[in-house]
Design a protein around this ligand. Structure first.
Ligand SMILES: Cc1cc2nc3c(=O)[nH]c(=O)nc-3n(C[C@H](O)[C@H](O)[C@H](O)COP(=O)(O)O)c2cc1C
Length: 161
């Protein structure tokens, strides 16, 4: 599949197979993800793998589509508000690299933004100076959702003289 088809076919997965995902394969996707652009080489991302005991205690409506693996992605604050925003942008690039690396090998992720919940932050031991950008279920999709239509890109483009 070429890159454009790969990007267009990716979905947020809500139901996973029970098959495990090899930790070495996940590490390979993380290495690919870490080639993300990041201003001044801050590499602001940190990963926390969530074991079964901690998973049970998470405050979340679903069980991440029964994903066999759960990881949190944190983004470090910078010295200024601008640096913090740039770091979050870099970590979002990291996340999308990860999503696409996994997708290219038949796996998917469920992105959940449960990090705004203070109890989850505490449970996941997120330091004060980090944002929790998401908790990700990772696995092989049982169901691939239909495409969610996007606004025509022409409506998002402005041309300045
Ligand atoms: C910052 C961020 C937070 C998200 N949080 C959630 C979430 O809490 N629960 C959820 O079901 N999906 C979440 N998503 C996934 C989006 O709902 C999903 O990407 C969107 O519906 C488009 O679907 P698609 O990715 O399959 O094209 C999140 C995505 C982003 C970028």
């Amino acid at each position: 599949m070429n890159m454009i088809d790969l990007i267009k076919s990716r979905r947020n997965i809500k139901k996973f197979k029970t098959d495990l995902v090899d930790q070495n394969i996940i590490q390979k996707w993380l290495e690919a993800a870490s080639m993300a652009p990041n201003h001044r080489m801050t590499e602001p991302w940190e990963i926390t793998f969530i074991g079964p005991e901690t998973r049970k205690k998470l405050n979340h409506k679903t069980d991440f589509g029964n994903a066999p693996v759960l990881m949190a992605v944190l983004s470090r604050h910078g010295a200024t508000q601008v640096e913090t925003e740039e770091n979050a942008a870099a970590t979002a690039c990291f996340i999308q690299n990860f999503n696409l690396a996994a997708w290219s090998e038949g796996a998917g992720t469920f992105w959940s933004s449960i990090g705004i919940n203070g109890k989850n932050r505490e449970l996941l031991e997120v330091p004060e100076n980090y944002d929790l950008l998401g908790v990700f279920g990772i696995g092989y999709p049982e169901v691939v959702p239909e495409e969610k239509p996007r606004t025509a890109i022409e409506q998002k483009i402005k041309y300045l003289p």
